[in-house]
Design a protein around this ligand. Structure first.
Ligand SMILES: [Zn+2]
Ligand SMILES: [Zn+2]
Ligand SMILES: [Zn+2]
Length: 340
């Protein structure tokens, strides 16, 4: 049981953005969250408005189980280049109590009262008379108070000339009201100057990260689970030392057997176009040439190019073609369990 015919190394890679991303992609919460995008459940994570708590992301809360860490969780994924943001809304907070239960009030610039009347200004084209709409209204008709003619057609007989406000408190008139915020919780009025405004984002999976996430998550997670259930010891990613003393990273390594451990290395390659080209086959061959595992698999998503297949046969690499994780597990089942 103690006998291992290969030295294995821990994680000794430098911490670059890509490694951070790779680490993050292995995190169970990240995986569970990204699967929503990869599985097509959501294409963009939009916040949901809750009148008491403001904007929330229920999908994320459910996964990480703590709504206070949602922001950190999403920020980390953005910094690693996995998610991108879109400005969704801006939330106004009460500067006194912090509530988002705010109403916007349009007020008189003279006395600050919000008891103002908003009206449309109408101009009778023929006589040039201009007044607020209410003064033209006679029943259902619009009649000019100056010349008593009926106004029938908009932009022919008459035109709308803007907005006119009248304060019901001080009776002054003005065209642009001032905006204030009324807190429905603590009843404090605040102005734009003291308002606390926070941006709220919608999140989507970056195209560059989608491919990595798909490879890094759904398939690896499913295969790992399958192998573990079948008694394999699995590492992902796995760092194996070769004859040359160089370390090689594989997406997965599965160990089996007691006295003489057998090792199977597994790499994944995916293509957004049709077939995976031969490069991943060559890369895997270079590694197994040095490491000499008992068997090597390359999982090609969705399929392997003809050239790649020929090369794999020559190099003794097993190719598994799969469109998704179910197909990958199904295809591995027979081959891998046989060698156990
Ligand atoms: Zn308040
Ligand atoms: Zn006023
Ligand atoms: Zn008129």
């Amino acid at each position: 049981m103690l006998f291992t015919h290969r030295k294995r190394l821990g994680k000794m890679m430098p911490k670059t953005n890509k490694i951070n991303r790779a680490e993050l992609l292995k995190d169970r919460n990240t995986q569970a969250f990204l699967s929503k995008f990869l599985g097509g459940e959501i294409s963009e994570l939009e916040p949901v408005y809750d009148p008491k708590w403001g904007y929330r992301y229920p999908i994320v809360e459910k996964i990480i189980g703590d709504h206070s860490n949602v922001e950190d969780f999403l920020n980390t994924l953005c910094e690693a280049g996995i998610l991108e943001i879109r400005l969704y809304d801006k939330v106004i907070y009460c500067p006194k109590c912090g509530s988002t239960n705010i109403s916007v009030r349009y007020c008189c610039p003279y006395c600050k009262s919000f008891n103002i009347q908003k009206s449309s200004l109408i101009e009778h084209v023929k006589c040039g008379y201009m007044d607020v709409e209410e003064n033209f209204q006679k029943g259902k008709k619009l009649i000019c108070p100056k010349c008593n003619e009926e106004l029938r057609k908009l932009d022919v007989d008459y035109r709308r000339a803007g907005i006119w406000c009248t304060c019901k408190n001080c009776s002054k008139s003005f065209d642009i009201p001032i905006t204030t915020h009324f807190c429905r919780e603590c009843h404090v009025n605040s102005t734009f100057e003291d308002a606390v405004i926070k941006e709220v984002y919608a999140y989507s999976l970056r195209e560059e990260a989608r491919e990595e996430a798909a490879v890094g998550w759904v398939i690896i997670a499913s295969i790992m689970k399958f192998l573990q259930e079948n008694g394999f010891h699995v590492e992902s990613p796995a760092f194996l030392k070769g004859k040359s003393d160089a370390n090689h990273m594989f997406d997965m390594a599965a160990y089996t057997g007691d006295m003489t451990r057998k090792v199977t290395v597994i790499d994944l390659a995916s293509s957004t176009e049709n077939a995976v080209p031969e490069q991943p086959v060559i890369a895997l061959f270079a590694k197994i040439f040095d490491v000499s595992p008992d068997s090597a698999y390359l999982i090609a998503i969705p399929k392997m190019s003809e050239n790649g297949k020929k090369m794999a046969e020559l190099y003794n690499i097993n190719i598994v073609e799969a469109k998704n994780e179910k197909e990958a597990v199904e295809a591995l089942k027979d081959k891998l369990l046989k060698q156990k």
